[in-house]
Design a protein around this ligand. Structure first.
Ligand SMILES: *Cc1c(COP(=O)(O)O)cnc(C)c1O
Length: 415
C-alpha cells in the first residue's frame, strides 16, 4: 500500500498539532441563503440557530438580491449552465465581453480581463508582465493571493512596512536601477479595515517612475463616492496601472475576479496569464448576474450610501460603548480584544445572543492583537444593528472590558 501507516501517522500528527495550537478551522454550516440573518448549525451536530450575520463580505447586500437572482435565472436559460472550455478556445460568450466592458467603465480603466477568481487574477498577472529585470515592491500586509502570485513571477521582490510611505520611498530610490518598478498593495486591508494611501502612493510612483498595482477586493463597489474603489476615494482614478478585484465580495458574492488596467497589460494577460489560459471560464449564470450587479450599482449609489450610514452608526456605537476598535472608514470594523482565548469566548457568547461573528487571532493577525472582525452590509437594517450593539455591550460588561485601556485588558487577560 502506497499510503503507508507511517505516512498516515505523520499526517495525523500534523493535524493534531494544529488542533493543539488551537488553530484548527471548522466549517460553520449555513442552512439558508447568504443574508443579514442566517440559519447556522455550529458546532456540528448542535441545533440550528437563527442569527444576525456580521461576518460576510456581502457589503452591498447583493448576494441574494431578488434582481440578481432573477438575472442569474435568465442567464441560465439564455446561455446555459457550463462552457466546458477555457476562454480562448470556446469559453467566451457575448455576456463575458459585456461584463468586461462594464467593469472597465466602472473602474475607470482601459480594459479588463475576467479570471475564475481574484486569487487566479493575482496568480497570473505578475508573471505575465514582469521579468527578472523588474522589481515588485509590496506592502508587507498584502493578501495571501498576492504573495502567491509574486512567488510565481521571476521578477525581483522587495517589501515596505505597512503603509509606511517613507519606507516605500527609500525602496523606490534603492531600485532605480531596475528596468521597471511596480508598487503593490491592497486597496482596503481586510484584517484592519484600513485603506492604502493611494494619493501618496501615486505621487511616489510618478516621482520614481513606478507602476502601481492595487487589489481592491475589499473596496470595489462601495469605497469612494460612487463606489468605484480606493482610487476613487483618493482621487486617482485613471492613475492606477493594474487593479485586480473579485466578484466574490460586494459585487454579488458568487465567484470570479479580474485584472483591469492599461490595455497592453490586460492584453498580455490574455496572451500569457496561466489561470486564464488553463482554467475554466466563469459560468454564464454568474456572468449574467454580475452584469446585473454592475447595472444596479451604476444606476444608484443608494446601497453604498446605506452601507456608509450603517458603518458610521456601528463605529460610533461601539466607540461610545467603550470598545476599542481599529479606527477607519471602511465597513470592516475590528473590535480589539488582544487575548486569543477572550476573542473565542466573546464570539461564542455573542453567538448565543444571536450575533454571528468570528474571533481572529495569531497567525491570522499578529500575536497579542486578537480581535473580533465585524463587517457591515447594506442589507443590515438599523434595528438589527441596534440589537447587535446591545449584545456586544452585554458581553462586554460580562468580561469587564468596556471603557478599559488596552493595557488594562491585557493585564486582566494576558496576551
Ligand atoms: C478575497 C480576496 C481575494 C480572493 O478573491 P477570490 O475571488 O475569492 O479568489 C483576493 N485578494 C483580496 C485582497 C481579497 O480580499
Amino acid at each position: 500500500m502506497a499510503f503507508s501507516n507511517e505516512l498516515r501517522t505523520t499526517f495525523q500528527q500534523e493535524l493534531s498539532n494544529i488542533q493543539q495550537a488551537g488553530i484548527f478551522k471548522e466549517e460553520r454550516i449555513i442552512h439558508a441563503p447568504q443574508s443579514s440573518e442566517i440559519d447556522v448549525v455550529f458546532p456540528a451536530g448542535s441545533e440550528k440557530k437563527h442569527v444576525l450575520n456580521l461576518c460576510a463580505n456581502n457589503y452591498l447586500g447583493l448576494s441574494s438580491h431578488p434582481e440578481v437572482v432573477k438575472a442569474a435565472h435568465e442567464g441560465l436559460d439564455s446561455r446555459g449552465y457550463g462552457m466546458s472550455s477555457v476562454r480562448f478556445i470556446c469559453g467566451t460568450q457575448d455576456i463575458h465581453k459585456e461584463l468586461e466592458r462594464k467593469l472597465t467603465k466602472f473602474l475607470g480603466t482601459e480594459d479588463t480581463i475576467l479570471f475564475p477568481s481574484c486569487m487566479d487574477a493575482n496568480a497570473g498577472v505578475f508573471e505575465a508582465i514582469l521579468t527578472e529585470q523588474d522589481i515588485m515592491i509590496a506592502d508587507r500586509l498584502v493578501h495571501a493571493s498576492i504573495v502567491d502570485g509574486m512567488r510565481l513571477c521571476k521578477a525581483q521582490q522587495d517589501t515596505f512596512k505597512h503603509s509606511d510611505m517613507d519606507h516605500l520611498e527609500k525602496k523606490l530610490q534603492l531600485h532605480q536601477d531596475k528596468r521597471s518598478r511596480m508598487i503593490i498593495t491592497d486597496g482596503a486591508f481586510s484584517m484592519d479595515g484600513d485603506l492604502a494611501r493611494m494619493d501618496k502612493i501615486v505621487e511616489l510612483a510618478e516621482k520614481y517612475n513606478s507602476m502601481v498595482f492595487i487589489d481592491d477586493s475589499h473596496a470595489s463597489g462601495f469605497i469612494g463616492k460612487t463606489g468605484r474603489g480606493t482610487h476613487e476615494h483618493f482621487g486617482v482614478v485613471g492613475k492606477i496601472d493594474v487593479i485586480t478585484t473579485t466578484l466574490g465580495k460586494a459585487l454579488g458574492g458568487a465567484s470570479g475576479g479580474c485584472v483591469s488596467g492599461r490595455k497592453e497589460i490586460v492584453e498580455l494577460c490574455r496572451q500569457k496569464a496561466r489561470p486564464y489560459l488553463f482554467s475554466n471560464t466563469i459560468p454564464p449564470v454568474v456572468v449574467a448576474a454580475a452584469n446585473k450587479v454592475l447595472d444596479i450599482i451604476t444606476s444608484t449609489t443608494e446601497r453604498r450610501d446605506k452601507l456608509e450610514k450603517n458603518t458610521q452608526f456601528w463605529r460610533k456605537g461601539l466607540t461610545e460603548a467603550g470598545f476599542i476598535i481599529k479606527e477607519g472608514e471602511t465597513p470592516i470594523v475590528p473590535v480589539m480584544l488582544f487575548n486569543a482565548k477572550l476573542s473565542q469566548d466573546f464570539s461564542k457568547d455573542l453567538y448565543y445572543e444571536g450575533i454571528y461573528v468570528v474571533g481572529f487571532f495569531f497567525p491570522v493577525v499578529p500575536k497579542g492583537q486578537a480581535r473580533i472582525r465585524t463587517q457591515l452590509s447594506a442589507a443590515h437594517e438599523m434595528h438589527q444593528l441596534q440589537k447587535a450593539l446591545k449584545a456586544f455591550i452585554k458581553i462586554g460588561k460580562k468580561y469587564d472590558i468596556l471603557h478599559k485601556t488596552k493595557e488594562e485588558i491585557i493585564e486582566k487577560y494576558g496576551l
